[in-house]
Design a protein. Structure first.
Length: 190
């Protein structure tokens, strides 16, 4: 029959060895254009919180402190399909530039969204992108992470310092959340 192999076409091919394509979103308009794909990715990520949905993060960014800019949202694609999103922005604090996840203070967990097939390589790609753009930030601080966050389970690049802090949540969350701080070794020039 003509459609005997239709079942096969319902599954995405394995992307284990497909390189991830990076794109950086820097405006709210560009971020809004991703909403449909972002929602689809959110449904593919087990344990993703409601705070990771575009309907929560975009209004949060519109209302956030003006020191929380510029917007730097890294998107990752495999064969044209959105497989990862790291919603980040730089905030001026502590006399430096701190790269943070969007949504801090929302009463839920925050994290990057990575298709489970691409989580380890997606976070490694994120760390590589951060390293290549180290002149735009001084420290990365990722807060309100779940214990199973891919950020907590991927080693930081060689030469980076890494600290994982366990803290009581500032907003009511189920269980503990982690704070991960990454910064470039002292060899970094500013």
């Amino acid at each position: 029959m003509m459609f005997d192999n239709l079942e096969v076409s319902r599954h995405w091919p394995s992307h284990e060895h497909t390189p991830l394509m990076e794109e950086v979103v820097t405006t709210l308009r560009e971020l809004e254009a991703l909403q449909g794909e972002w929602r689809w990715l959110w449904t593919r990520c087990p344990g993703a919180s409601s705070a990771q949905r575009p309907e929560r993060l975009m209004p949060w960014y519109r209302r956030c402190d003006p020191s929380f800019s510029p917007l730097r949202v890294l998107t990752l694609r495999s064969q044209g399909r959105l497989v990862g999103i790291a919603p980040l922005a730089v905030r001026k604090e502590w006399g430096g530039r701190v790269m943070r996840l969007l949504g801090e203070g929302l009463p839920d967990y925050l994290d990057v969204l990575m298709d489970p097939e691409h989580a380890p390589s997606g976070v490694e790609t994120l760390f590589g992108w951060l390293a290549r753009h180290g002149d735009t930030w001084d420290t990365c601080v990722f807060e309100q992470l779940r214990e199973d966050s891919p950020l907590l389970h991927t080693h930081a690049p060689m030469g980076w310092s890494e600290r994982i802090d366990l803290r009581a949540p500032s907003a009511p969350l189920a269980g503990d959340f982690h704070r991960r701080s990454l910064w470039i070794a002292p060899a970094k020039t500013q």
